[in-house]
Design a protein around this ligand. Structure first.
Ligand SMILES: [Zn+2]
Length: 382
């Protein structure tokens, strides 16, 4: 067993609520895990050494919401939106048509390229949803491709009702034959609960069917309008309610008194020029908040967690500490993972050396590539 010492860490953000930050720190990695961390002066000897040169080290980002299996291009839709056209979610159908036409190899290659793009930017754990197939075979193969890239795979057959099918027939398919074909490849079940997509009753029915098939629930909730999504997520014990842009007082109370994480996706508001979620209201109410990219070809085509941290600080009034916590520890909570999103003895050795003295620089220097080195499972990526 080779051990690796990372020393010369100016600031270590551990993500461990018990001791979140350590100055002049060191870490020892062994067998792909963190074996020790603490003040540099007390570090044990190791076989190899990485000198951090006074830089800041953070846990690898946990991007708990991404749609990476798709084909096609929606640049024109973005241009039209920036010229004043409103976002409705209907553009999903454009991607569905292109995804159905694409071969398995093309879909797999494109998804793998996005995962590599994320990893180079410090994202060491990513969730990947289906949802651009909307047929039994296209959803199944989307999830099969996703399982080759991550353990965090989500069945989102209920992204939108495809053209030429009634909503009732489609819900029957999503809770029946499609679920049976997809469940072996999925950890999670998700529903786009929104006016024009799936209503409260349909959302409940689809999530319950998924849970019965052994999946865990997460919900696209309250993105475009105030609806029942957040309350259903809390009621059914979902790990996360995602978006949370339009919330009533009852929604905030439901989140605060449940274990459901509020995952905020400010890339979507940025790219659709919409009002941001009220992160302060959620944090002040005691809700656990996560940040994720929502990386998808329509409403948020960014793979950058650093960008989301900058948006969270500038646009949603989160402190830099709250933002980095949400992008690491919060994301892990949203995926019910205890082994990633923070650094302590026994966690996965997933970490990022930032070319900066503090994680605050992610917001203070927006758009600047500050990822110096990425370690995933103890391996330094060159
Ligand atoms: Zn989404």
């Amino acid at each position: 067993m080779t051990t690796t010492l990372i020393d010369g860490i100016g600031l270590l953000y551990t993500g461990d609520p018990a001791r979140e930050e350590i100055r002049d720190a060191a870490l020892v990695l062994a067998d792909g895990l963190v074996a020790w961390l603490g003040p540099a002066g007390r570090a044990p000897a190791a076989d190899r050494r990485i000198a951090a040169g006074g830089r800041c080290v953070i846990p690898g980002f946990v991007d708990s919401h991404a749609h990476l299996v798709f084909a096609g291009d929606r640049t024109a839709e973005f241009e039209a939106r920036m010229a004043g056209q409103a976002y409705t979610g209907g553009g999903i159908r454009t991607t569905v048509a292109a995804t159905r036409r694409a071969g398995d190899a093309e879909l797999a290659t494109r998804a793998a390229a996005l995962v590599a793009e994320m990893l180079a930017q410090g994202t060491t754990t990513v969730e990947i949803k289906s949802g651009y197939g909307l047929s039994v075979e296209d959803e199944r193969r989307s999830l099969e491709i996703a399982t080759g890239l991550t353990d965090e795979t989500t069945y989102l057959g209920a992204h939108l009702v495809p053209e030429g099918v009634t909503a009732d027939d489609y819900v029957r398919l999503v809770t029946g034959e499609m679920l049976a074909a997809c469940a072996p490849y999925a950890k999670w079940v998700d529903v786009f609960c929104e006016r024009g997509a799936f209503d409260g009753d349909q959302t409940r029915e689809i999530l319950r069917a998924g849970i019965k098939a052994g999946l865990q629930a997460r919900v696209h909730a309250n993105q475009l309008t105030e609806g029942p999504g957040v309350r259903i997520a809390c009621e059914l014990g979902a790990a996360s309610a995602d978006h949370c842009t339009h919330l009533s007082a009852a929604d905030v109370d439901a989140l605060a008194s449940s274990g459901t994480v509020a995952t905020l996706l400010p890339g979507a508001e940025f790219s659709t020029r919409s009002p941001y979620p009220d992160a302060r209201r959620l944090i002040d109410a005691g809700v656990t908040v996560a940040l994720a990219t929502d990386c998808n070809p329509g409403s948020s085509f960014t793979s950058s967690m650093s960008f989301c941290v900058a948006l969270a600080v500038r646009e949603m009034r989160m402190t830099p500490l709250e933002a980095i916590r949400a992008a690491t520890y919060g994301g892990a909570r949203a995926l019910r993972r205890a082994d990633v999103g923070w650094l302590g003895p026994g966690t996965r050795a997933d970490l990022v050396v930032l070319d900066a003295p503090s994680y605050t620089h992610l917001a203070y220097r927006p758009g600047v590539p500050l990822v110096h080195q990425v370690v995933q499972g103890g391996l330094l990526l060159e």
